[in-house]
Design a protein around this ligand. Sequence first.
Ligand SMILES: Nc1nc2c(ncn2[C@@H]2O[C@H](COP(=O)(O)OP(=O)(O)OP(=O)(O)O)[C@@H](O)[C@H]2O)c(=O)[nH]1
Ligand SMILES: [Mg+2]
Length: 298
Amino acid sequence: MNTKNVFVTIVGRPNVGKSSLLNALVGEKIAAVSAKPQTTRTRITGVLTKDETQYVFMDTPGKHKAKNKLGEHMMKAVSDSVDESEAALLMCDCTKPVSDAERELAAAFKNRTHVVLLLNKIDLVEDKSELLETLAEYSAIGKFDEVIPISVKDGDGLDMIMDYLSKHAAEGPHYFPDDSFTDQPERVLMAEMIREKALNALSEEVPHGIAVTIESLDERDTAAGEPILDIRATVYCERESHKGIIIGKKGAMLRKIGSEARAELESFFEIKVNLDIWVKVKEGWRNKEALIKNFGLS
Ligand SMILES: Nc1nc2c(ncn2[C@@H]2O[C@H](COP(=O)(O)OP(=O)(O)OP(=O)(O)O)[C@@H](O)[C@H]2O)c(=O)[nH]1
Ligand SMILES: [Mg+2]
């Protein structure tokens, strides 16, 4: 059997559903998803091998105007992905008008890469004829091989994406083991699960300044002989006042984040987890190269 592969970049402005799509296509929860824009901070690779074809998806941070050094690294991840992609999914929120982010991305791909325009969140549109107008607006900004209306939430249209990509796979090796679904190290997956729960639990200002690191991982047996994983994590934030918010009244917020993260860690890694989270302040870390690097974000 001749093997095939196809590398696909998923780009778009923040919050349109890129990471949700990555998770849905790969069939595993590998990227953090939240209602807060700028959830994704680095390029995240998801892998799906079906018969002879290996699909390699690259989820990217949402395109925006960087306001700090972290943002600059995030936008570098986007432009690198755009430059390297063989096929791209430009993802939009069909309930929103075209923005500069979409114009710039469409222009960057022009006449070079196979681009499919995905109009996501069609579940939010009651009168589907409204989509025609949106479609016309988007069609004016670039050249797309196909335009596919989808709802990642309802799983609508995802098979059409796969049909398209299967036609664009080229003969070549599988670069990842056939049973792997991401190149993200375990510790990164764990830290991202915790960060996602923090993003969901915290309001507005605080979440953007959060970073999570895994300090230690130890597997042991409980007294009853059951394996358990001790995970010690640190949540970094930018201000003392934010630390107070993350910990919450009598530790309630941190307990909520911890228990939600633990449930997901246990189901993903299929082992009982004991999660110990500490909160520390690193003032202005999003503008400090050394710290950004330390957190694995450059
Ligand atoms: N109604 C609806 N909501 C969706 C759909 N797809 C994703 N969402 C929601 O949109 C929000 C953003 O989803 P993400 O997948 O984190 O978006 P993203 O594009 O990766 O965002 P960034 O990483 O910030 O660029 C989340 O609250 C999702 O649950 C959809 O098809 N319909
Ligand atoms: Mg994302």
